[in-house]
Design a protein around this ligand. Structure first.
Ligand code: NAD
Length: 321
């Protein structure tokens, strides 16, 4: 069906939810891969059986990668061939008391192994990384696949800004559909929501809310991930999966949507060759353009702090790869 075939690696909470939302959006056929025997097959079949009720009929295939030691991933990964997009959600997720950075060593190995498979079986695909710590994992996927930088990106900003917009809508008691926001920096507690560029039906929230209220909502957005972890005991997945599908849809439909995502910046914002959260135009080639905003001194300082954290993580990754 269509040319929007999506392979989702990791059939856990984020991966399965991504597959289900993508099926509901009728973007194309879906392949779900996991290393746990039967998990991807079971969830794929369950999702396919929801098709007649929900009104989608794309092909949804689940397959088990029997593990890297066995060297027999061929059969499962052959299903992924010709994917337009590969979403990498495989990896450990946070438990209460953990930071995203605590996942680094284990997830570097998982994302590295998966990226090798992506390069081999899906050499034309566009890669959206979700595994944490996000900005570092995007770097791993880029380095290991060797794909052009515009074809590798990470999902975080779409989620983080959605959280911020939800909090703004609740505070103002208006429809969240009327809120647009921009958020920059790494996917950590030092992410940078930008109130000057967050609007309600075109009105900046700086005109609508007092400074202290905005500061409180920013703080809640920054801690939005851990708020869910503390409630659920595991990390969020409905909003993260919605963020992934929003990005995938912009690419598959070539809509050129402007979405905050983790994209490669060289001279943009003087980042100097790292993947960090920035507003980007997404279309058929992946990241088509980074939108460069004129940041004021305070915003610039917060962005630089967040980027320096990403640079530290990348230095740690280089020692692990
Ligand atoms: P989960 O534990 O529910 O699912 C992860 C799945 O990956 C498991 O089913 C596991 O078996 C599978 N897996 C592990 N190694 C694999 C491999 N080599 N190949 C295929 N599958 C493999 O976790 P989750 O809640 O879905 O989270 C997944 C990742 O996404 C975590 O690292 C989490 O921190 C991250 N995350 C990121 C964001 C974001 O905004 N970027 C948001 C939420 C979660």
């Amino acid at each position: 069906m269509g040319n929007g075939k999506i392979t989702v690696v990791g059939a856990g909470n984020v991966g399965a939810t991504t597959a289900h939302i993508a099926a509901s959006r009728k973007l194309g056929d879906i392949v779900l891969i996991d290393i746990v025997k039967g998990l991807a097959e079971g969830k794929a079949l369950d999702m396919a059986e929801a098709g007649p009720v929900q009104g989608y009929s794309c092909k949804i295939t689940g397959t088990t990668d029997p593990g890297f030691a066995s060297g027999s991933a061929e059969a499962s990964w052959a299903q992924a061939q010709d994917s337009r997009i590969v979403v990498i959600t495989s990896g450990l997720a946070r438990k209460p008391g953990m930071s995203r950075d605590d996942l680094l060593a284990k997830n570097v190995q998982i994302v590295k192994e998966v990226s090798e498979k992506v390069a081999k079986y899906c050499p034309q695909a566009i890669v959206i990384v979700v595994s944490n710590p996000l900005d570092a994992m995007v770097y791993v996927a880029s380095k290991v696949t060797g794909f052009a930088k515009n074809r590798v990106m990470g999902m975080a900003g779409a989620l983080d800004v959605a959280r911020f917009c939800h909090f703004v809508a609740t505070e103002l008691n208006v429809s969240s559909e009327d809120i647009r926001g921009i958020l920059m920096g790494g996917h950590g507690d030092d992410m940078v929501p930008l109130p000057r560029f967050t609007t309600v039906a075109g009105i900046p929230i700086t005109e609508l809310l007092p400074k202290e209220t905005i500061a409180r909502l920013i703080e809640r957005a920054r801690k939005g991930g851990i708020e869910i972890v503390d409630l659920l005991g595991s990390s969020a997945y409905y909003a993260p999966a919605a963020g992934v599908v929003k990005m995938a849809e912009a690419i598959i439909t070539d809509s050129r949507g402007v979405i905050p995502c983790c994209a490669y910046c060289q001279k943009e914002y003087n980042v100097g060759g790292y993947f960090v959260g920035v507003p980007a135009v997404l279309g058929k080639n992946g990241v088509d353009k980074i939108v460069e905003l004129k940041l004021n001194a305070e915003e610039r300082a917060e962005f630089d702090t967040s980027v320096s954290h990403v640079k530290d993580l990348v230095a740690k990754v280089d020692k692990l790869l």
